[in-house]
Design a protein around this ligand. Structure first.
Ligand code: ADP
Ligand code: MG
Length: 699
């Protein structure tokens, strides 16, 4: 922590955050802006020119000459279009200008971003609008203004717009519940998010020799390293220094952008690490995570390293996720998922808990879908991965309370007692016991939920949009039911509602081992969904119940949902297409020639031995084996190429994606199996690219 302040003292913070606003804006303007931010409202046009001018002056002092509206189109990465502050005066002089209008609204060319058909139906124009609840910042000579991106007719073209809508929706619903508990002061409830980011580091030199890493971000071939996952201490010592330098550098850059991160070693897999920020409102956390990923990659290059954010860069060892810690907090800082001290606070906590249990059970398809991507398929539902079943972990203590509540029995927590809503207090929950189960996809961890299915590469806007919306839906249904109840009957009505809700949805609670073989069987008995691949998950987006949900809350229109479904399917096919082309190319132009050269040398030795009357037993056997595998490799590489050609001609995005999954991806896997076997036979100096040993243990 000490270091953090040194860095910031030395260079100053490059974020136009509340502190900076306070220093730079006239008092009344600051007050209006703060109110806008606190209530999630649109910026008042009467103050926008003043805010823009202050922002510009500040940015110029920070070395900025340009500004850009910064947005998050459906490509998953961020986009920007830089304009200069400079306005020519016509007499050869220039002035630095930036108006309120330029701050609030931009008009980048939308036609190069995926729109899923929205562009075809409507105008190609796209607009960006400043989201004043996310801080602007200066980076590399430009003022970055976080914005939402939408079409001429108002359809969201990005990931931020629906997230912002969902934050409003969950705030409104949660406020109705808070009022029922006598809270008249809270004006806004904020969804908070802390995204823990996992990543791998590899040597740039090694990386550059692998086409698969360059084109697809993951290794499409590679036999497991014989060393396994453990590292020798001494060796680890020298690695640490280089990685530690990187982490220090990264932290300093992040702190300057107001991202309070803590990079740390993660010894689960060799070369794998983690970065955890301090949580923030969901939209700000989304921006910060996008920036973190961008900086991780950029700074790695400066250290001669490459940061891999793919969900599964290497087969056989852990993949990378992004634990999405989520909670709801009042504008005065009360965490609504913190079991309180008084019986009434406990009852309020249990109400939010029941709402979440109901939401996760009713919309597990959407949660699953929200983390579906071709890369994340390797972490969910695939061979090496845990099943893609959504379930909730509550932990022993909370489970005991829930059981006692539902069954009207004593709970066995501190000093056995009945649990009466609004009357009894909850026992203390020891923090470590809530975090014991690392196999649960959706775990209660003391005062927040941790959604662990999110892939390392994903924009967290998606999963949090879903979480906010589905929880808003449960809370709204609760409020509808409870608002009409007389005060003296409130505790009883609430009690009945909670019991009924938990009874109906407790099938989604699972405290056991989520990685065990018994769980999918048990889950099926319970009627829980197991959507194994991205292609299985995507069509659920436009199921009637889901369209109804999003329409009810105005988070996505039906047009937007169909557009997003199209984009997701298209993206799946594109990613597998690139992977397949790369795999076929590597097999044909790199692996085959190397294997042939090796085979020739083996045969030459065999011939020489034979010539002097020595039986070439090993050579003959090896030549035969290699020959068999060479034939198989060639056949499979050609089969893969043929499958790609066929896939490209299929009509309809869903059928096409399905074919890419069932045929093309399967062909890639069987090609890989042959290549990986060859890798274990062919001499090391023949192999055309660096192996897992080199990639994983040479940083
Ligand atoms: P653990 O190590 O048990 O996972 P931490 O306290 O380290 O828990 O927190 C992990 C992540 O969760 C951090 O990014 C942290 O900021 C975030 N987090 C903590 N509290 C909340 C909250 N109320 N809402 C959202 N995220 C939170
Ligand atoms: Mg954690």
């Amino acid at each position: 922590m000490e270091e953090k302040f040194n860095v910031v003292d030395q260079f100053g913070i490059d974020v136009f955050n509340e502190e900076t606003m306070k220093q730079r804006l006239p008092k009344n303007v600051f007050k209006t802006l703060k109110k806008t931010i606190a209530e999630g409202k649109e910026l008042d046009s009467s103050i926008s020119d003043v805010v823009a001018a202050a922002m510009k002056d500040w940015a110029i002092e920070k070395g900025a000459t340009h500004y850009t509206h910064w947005f998050q189109p459906m490509t998953g990465i961020t986009a920007e279009k830089h304009d200069s502050f400079i306005s020519p005066m016509g007499d050869g002089t220039v002035i630095m200008e930036f108006s309120g209008k330029e701050l609030i609204k931009g008009e980048p060319d939308a036609s190069s971003f995926p729109s899923g058909g929205i562009r075809a139906t409507f105008e190609a124009r796209g607009y960006t609008a400043w989201d004043p609840t996310s801080y602007a910042f200066v980076k590399e000579g430009s003022l970055y203004i976080p914005t939402a991106f939408y079409s001429y007719s108002g359809e969201a073209l990005d990931k931020k717009t629906p997230l912002l809508r969902s934050m409003d929706v969950v705030s409104d619903a949660a406020l109705r519940i808070l009022r029922l508990f006598g809270n008249e002061t809270t004006k806004r409830v904020v969804a908070t998010v802390g995204a823990e980011q996992e990543y791998f580091l590899v040597n740039k030199e090694t990386y550059d020799k692998r086409k698969d890493l360059i084109f697809t971000g993951r290794t499409l071939f590679g036999a497991p390293a014989p060393k396994g996952q453990e590292l020798d201490d001494h060796y680890f010592g020298s690695i640490k220094e280089r990685v530690a330098d990187y982490m220090k550098d990264l932290d300093e850059h992040l702190w300057k952008l107001g991202i309070t991160s803590k990079t740390k070693h993660n010894e689960v897999a060799p070369s794998q690490h983690e970065n955890a920020p301090i949580f923030a409102p969901a939209n700000l956390a989304t921006d910060q995570n996008q920036l973190t990923m961008e900086l991780m990659k950029k700074i790695a290059l400066e250290h001669g390293l490459v940061c891999l954010l793919h969900e599964k860069p290497f087969a056989g060892i852990n993949g990378s996720g992004k634990h999405d810690n989520w909670s709801l907090s009042t504008d005065d800082g009360q965490n609504l998922l913190n079991p309180g001290r008084s019986p009434m606070q406990n009852a309020q906590f249990l109400t939010f808990l029941a709402a979440i249990i109901k939401a996760v059970d009713e919309y597990s398809d959407l949660l699953r879908l929200s983390v579906a991507s071709p890369g994340n398929d390797h972490r969910l539902g695939a061979n090496e991965a845990p099943p893609a079943i959504i379930s909730i972990f509550l932990g022993e203590e909370l489970q005991a309370v829930v059981d006692a509540l539902v069954e009207g029995k004593e709970y066995t927590g501190a000093g056995k007692q009945m649990f009466n809503v609004g009357v009894s207090s909850l026992p203390e929950f020891p923090k470590d016991s809530t975090d014991r189960n690392r196999t649960s996809p959706f775990a209660f961890t003391g005062n927040k939920f941790e959604f662990r299915m999110v892939g390392s590469n994903l924009n967290v806007a998606g999963p949090n949009t879903i979480l906010n919306t589905i929880v808003a839906n449960s809370l709204t249904e609760f409020a509808d039911e409870l608002e009409g109840v007389e005060k003296e009957n409130f505790n009883e009505a609430l009690h009945d509602l909670l019991v009924k809700t938990i009874k109906e949805h407790k099938r989604v609670i699972f405290n056991g081992n989520g990685y065990g073989d018994e769980w999918p069987v048990e889950a099926e008995k319970r009627g829980l969904l197991n959507l194994k691949s991205t292609v299985d998950a995507i069509p659920t987006l436009t199921a009637k119940k889901n369209i109804d949900l999003f329409k009810k809350f105005g988070v996505y229109s039906e047009i937007e949902l169909h557009a997003r479904q199209e984009i997701l399917l298209e993206n799946y096919s594109k990613v597998i297409n690139i992977e397949a082309l790369t795999a076929a190319d590597m097999a044909k132009t790199e692996i085959l020639p190397a294997v042939m050269k090796f085979a020739k040398d083996v045969c030459d030795i065999a011939a020489s031995k034979k010539a002097i009357g020595v039986e070439p037993t090993v050579e003959t056997e090896m030549a035969q084996k290699v020959n068999e595998l060479t034939v198989a490799l060639s056949d499979k590489a050609h089969a893969l190429s043929d499958a790609v050609v066929k896939a490209q001609s299929i009509d309809g995005e869903e059928a096409k994606a399905r074919f890419y999954h069932d045929e093309v991806f399967a062909d890639m896997q069987s090609l890989r199996a042959v290549a990986d076997e060859l890798e274990t036979i062919v001499g090391e100096e023949y192999w055309p690219y660096p192996t897992y040993d080199e990639l994983l243990f040479n940083v």
